[in-house]
Design a protein around this ligand. Sequence first.
Ligand SMILES: *[C@@H]1O[C@H](CO)[C@@H](O)[C@H](O)[C@H]1NC(C)=O
Ligand SMILES: *[C@@H]1O[C@H](CO)[C@@H](O)[C@H](O)[C@H]1NC(C)=O
Ligand SMILES: *[C@@H]1O[C@H](CO)[C@@H](O)[C@H](O)[C@H]1NC(C)=O
Ligand SMILES: *[C@@H]1O[C@H](CO)[C@@H](O)[C@H](O)[C@H]1NC(C)=O
Ligand SMILES: *[C@@H]1O[C@H](CO)[C@@H](O)[C@H](O)[C@H]1NC(C)=O
Length: 247
Amino acid sequence: MKLSSAFALLLASLVQVQGQDIVLNAAHNSTAITGTWASGYGKVVTGSGFATPANASFTYPDVTGVSYSFSEDMYYEIARYRFNSNASQPNCITGVMSWCHGQYTLESNGTIVLTPLGDGYQQVQDPCAAESNFVENFNYTELITKWTIDQDVTRGYRLRLWDYAGSPLPPQYLLSTTPNMLPKTSLREVAIDPDSLVTQRKREINIARRGTGEHARRELGFREPDAESWVKTALNKIFGSSSSDRD
Ligand SMILES: *[C@@H]1O[C@H](CO)[C@@H](O)[C@H](O)[C@H]1NC(C)=O
Ligand SMILES: *[C@@H]1O[C@H](CO)[C@@H](O)[C@H](O)[C@H]1NC(C)=O
Ligand SMILES: *[C@@H]1O[C@H](CO)[C@@H](O)[C@H](O)[C@H]1NC(C)=O
Ligand SMILES: *[C@@H]1O[C@H](CO)[C@@H](O)[C@H](O)[C@H]1NC(C)=O
Ligand SMILES: *[C@@H]1O[C@H](CO)[C@@H](O)[C@H](O)[C@H]1NC(C)=O
């Protein structure tokens, strides 16, 4: 408790330091931010091969990771695949895959603002929950509070991003200076207002947890690809073989 509040204070002071106007300098410009960046060994990458927005589906990579692409005409795309573990239920690992794109601005105070186009979505698998697999709209403006580009001795150019709370994302390495991105237009019918979905889902959760995912799936026209849990498949792949290329 004491430790975490001290940490929160430290974070607050760091954020304040970041709040001072800084100019884009050598810490950002060892190379341009434009291109495709990916964590680990680049198994999760933006562009075709990760997300198929038209039917709100994903191609499941073998390992978790994150990938950001930035284009010269100020568009971005993000591909993310992560596991969340729950200390009170260590066996219940939740898998989240998410995809979004939109427009970005490099602010003079050293932040990046990512404004989505509205067609982002994410799939959540929670093998322990009553509703174990659902897809939902994902449309959040994201603030990168700090970013740097430096050079790793073996991996080359390395992009570091800090999220809205000041937490670092996994370091990403430059895969290509030409961004690998899906078309920079809305790629999916967004039939529902995500806010109303959230409210409805909250209401349904209050009544009974089962049914919320059904709702999301129905609204997004999502079809269950198969009964097998991709979280379990992925965990088997990771822990069954080598865990060295995990992030
Ligand atoms: C930096 O500028 C952006 C855009 O004006 C703003 O959203 C953000 O809150 C600012 N961040 C800080 C730390 O001042
Ligand atoms: C760094 O890059 C930014 C964005 O591309 C550019 O506006 C800025 O002038 C560059 N600064 C230097 C010192 O090269
Ligand atoms: C962890 O699991 C407990 C019990 O199911 C739940 O109440 C709690 O919200 C979970 N925490 C997170 C961060 O998911
Ligand atoms: C997505 O978020 C952006 C930025 O807040 C907003 O302009 C846009 O209307 C949203 N789109 C949808 C479909 O909700
Ligand atoms: C989504 O579309 C892609 C490309 O047409 C196809 O390969 C995939 O099987 C579809 N997925 C689902 C869940 O319908």
